[in-house]
Design a binder for this molecule. Sequence first.
Ligand code: FES
Length: 103
Amino acid sequence: MAWIDAGALSDLAGGRAITITAGSRLIAVVRSADQVYAIEDICTHDGAELTGGQIEGSEIVCPRHGARFCLRTGAALTPPAYEPVRVFETKIEAGRIWIRCDA
Ligand code: FES
């Protein structure tokens, strides 16, 4: 597992998400309130990117069919998704976002 630099915290506004690529993996980096989350950016229902979804507290809503995922645990909270998305550890150091990933 390595820490990947996902950019400056100041470039990611609250309530927004960006996608970064780590090897072949797409990761959604999400800022909500004072928290930064990182989850695999592929909905487990039908493969949509979650990045464009509505962010509501510690949840993100898939923009394609509306499944909700917990940003903290990756759990699928509502149908039509039933499988969790993977979550990655994050930290902020010197104003930059770091994500722990095996990609
Ligand atoms: S692709 Fe995400 S809910 Fe269907």
